[in-house]
Design a binder for this molecule. Structure first.
Ligand code: PMM
Length: 307
């Protein structure tokens, strides 16, 4: 399994010596995972600052639920929800990411102090997005996305999910580069749960090395998602509610960090902050052993001393 080496850093953001923790602040009344508890500017800023205290390295602020079937909020409403929270957190020195598919929201957020644009559509939902981010010189998250979902998960059929997601992300990265966003400012994300069934999400997590081979820092956003509910439920049982998937989320955080993810995006920060620190300590122990005993990590030769 590949580890830390080549985790990469993103120009325009702080450099972290381990997998970074992106804490989620959803300023929405209908987010599936936190039930809209933070639908208020003051409460949202306070929650974001609390996540930083718990160990978040950056905070992702979103004003529109992206869950399948969710109705879109209009631009005015999204701006009203997001901008004061971005400004409030940035003014406290927090590294802020804005989770939006709208160029206008991205532009105003960058003006209010956001450092990163996280677009679940990878620039597909709004043709003005890539030019706005390029002009601002901001880093950009390109998530794997197959369009808005109405009704069933119709765009979630794959012959080979890993190869198709890799190919489609490659194509999006090419488009983003052609649009003028610098290569060292591009982050990629497999888009767990977006046009994907539980088995697709698991297969992608089993092959993060293939995604890392695309050559850009990798963001993994598994937090509280449906596939974790499926895993925890077992074949017959009912999935636990989103809020009861945080321990499972932290397990994915540790595994993703170990596989060289640049960052993990989570709602509950404390356990994931611990997980990425443990992953780093283990990576360092591996590095120290490899340094002290250069042969220690070399491929084992069964012909020698294999008794
Ligand atoms: N998932 C959600 C929202 N934003 N951003 C990125 N980059 N990747 C994701 O998988 C992703 C995202 C899902 O909504 P939630 O915030 O309610 O969990």
């Amino acid at each position: 399994m590949s580890t830390l080496h080549g985790r990469g850093r993103v120009a325009g953001l702080p450099a972290w010596d381990r997998c970074a923790v992106m804490g989620v602040v959803n300023v929405t009344p209908d987010s599936f995972s936190d039930g809209g508890r933070w639908f208020d500017t003051t409460a949202a800023v306070k929650h974001g600052l609390g996540l930083v205290t718990e160990g978040a390295d950056l905070i992702d602020v979103g004003g529109e639920s992206t869950r399948p079937g969710a109705t879109r909020v209009d631009e005015e409403e999204e701006l009203k929800r997001v901008i004061p929270v971005v400004r409030g957190l940035a003014s406290e020195g927090v590294t802020v990411s804005v989770d939006t598919m709208r160029a206008s929201v991205a532009e105003r957020s960058l003006g209010a102090g956001a450092a990163l644009v996280n677009d679940v559509s990878g620039g597909l939902a709004d043709p003005a997005m890539i030019p706005v981010v390029a002009a601002a010189g901001a880093p950009f998250v390109v998530m794997h996305w197959r369009g808005f979902l109405q009704g069933g998960n119709v765009k979630g059929s794959y012959r080979d999910v890993v190869s198709e997601v890799v190919d489609e992300l490659h194509a999006r990265v090419e488009a983003v580069l052609a649009g003028g966003i610098a290569p060292d400012r591009i982050v990629i994300d497999p888009g767990l749960g977006f046009s994907k069934e539980a088995e697709h999400d698991l297969e992608l997590l089993a092959h993060l090395d293939r995604l890392r081979d695309i050559g850009h820092p990798l963001l993994v956003a598994a937090s509280r998602k449906r596939f974790l509910g499926r895993v925890l439920a077992g074949p017959e049982g009912a999935p636990p509610p989103a809020r009861e998937r945080d321990a499972a989320t932290a397990a994915v955080s540790a595994l993703a960090a170990h596989q060289g993810a640049w960052a993990v995006r989570v709602h509950e920060v404390r356990a994931t902050a611990d997980a990425v620190r443990v992953a780093r300590a283990i990576e360092q122990a591996r590095g120290a052993r490899a340094g002290a005993h250069p042969a220690a990590d070399a491929p084992h030769n069964p012909g020698e001393g294999a008794r």
